[in-house]
Design a protein around this ligand. Structure first.
Ligand code: PLP
Length: 296
């Protein structure tokens, strides 16, 4: 498989909303890099795909849920670039728009149940799958770890080369959703102390975001709680905020990550966290495919 030299460019666009209170925000639209392969997922996958290629693998085996953006991007990439994909899914067989797409992209699915999926961090978990699919390269949940983080470094370059379109010479900080913290860690690594990175944690503390990030970088970032009481919980104010934002400026968000991240930014601006004139890069990490059938 590979080599994979596809490096999609994410547009950088100014955000206009009435609550910004003089803070200037530009959105790095990872949701717009491609019609099918969306968001931070492609960037997190690139290093894993390079490793798979070096190992002489013929495809990738990975895990996720029935709405997984990671599996969706992986399956779409497999179809686009002609490599085999196998997905190990959480829970019992169900039909979601995501699962339908995975199958249409040619991903082979195995449903692990809930207990089976919980065992994914146990030492012997991969053994039977490695035996069953010896030619496939395993990728951890969400395309994480150092390999995933390093692939996100190119986003810094994409922002730098587009700053002039906003009339900006520089920016002050990054703001993005964190699920595992891999994308955030990749930006922190690439910044090497240049600009701070704020991570709006879309998942509760016990998901280990802080530990994941600490395993990759030391300092240069700040994590804030944006979980709103749990992962996959979409409360009414959040859904209203997403609808209002889309009406006001056309920016589509989903309730699991990007909606929570932008709402957390609004709250911080209202609390006076950023002075007027501060310039922020908000990363739209995609995930819009996952909202089909979910929010209703
Ligand atoms: C749409 C979307 N945004 C953000 C994230 C979080 O990225 P990370 O796991 O790198 O923190 C994910 C997945 O985890 C996602 O699917």
């Amino acid at each position: 498989m590979g080599p994979f030299d596809w490096l999609p460019q994410a547009p950088l666009e100014p955000l206009q909303l009435d609550w910004l209170n003089g803070v200037e925000v530009a959105v790095l639209r990872l949701d717009r890099i491609d019609p099918l392969i969306s968001g931070n997922k492609w960037f997190k996958l690139t290093g894993h795909l390079a490793q798979a290629q070096q190992a002489g693998a013929s495809g990738i085996i990975s895990l996720g849920g029935a709405y997984s953006n990671h599996l969706h991007a992986l399956a779409a990439a497999g179809k686009r670039f002609g490599f085999a994909t196998v997905g190990l899914l959480r829970g019992h067989p169900q039909d979601t728009p995501t699962v339908f797409d995975l199958q249409a992209f040619g991903m082979h699915l195995h449903w692990l149940g809930y207990g089976g999926y919980r065992a994914r961090h146990e030492p012997g978990f991969w053994l039977p799958w490695r035996e069953r699919y010896p030619h496939l390269h395993p990728v951890p949940e969400g395309g994480g770890a150092m390999t995933g983080a390093l692939g996100c470094g190119v986003l810094l370059e994409q922002v730098r080369t587009q700053l002039h379109t906003l009339g900006w010479a520089d920016y002050d900080a990054w703001w993005l959703a964190a699920g595992t913290g891999t994308t955030l860690a990749g930006l922190v690594l690439a910044e090497a102390g240049g600009h701070p990175v704020f991570g709006a944690m879309a998942v509760p503390d016990d998901h280990g975001v802080a530990q994941n990030v600490q395993a990759i970088v030391q300092g240069g970032y700040e994590l804030l709680d944006a979980s709103r009481g749990g992962f996959a919980k979409a409360d009414q104010p959040l859904l209203e905020f997403i609808a209002t934002t889309e009406q006001a400026c056309g920016l589509a968000l989903e309730p699991l990550y990007t909606g929570k991240a932008l709402l957390a930014l609004k709250q911080q601006i209202e609390a006076g966290r950023f002075a007027p004139g501060t310039r922020l890069i908000f990363v739209h990490t995609g995930g819009l495919q996952g909202r089909r059938g979910f929010a209703d």
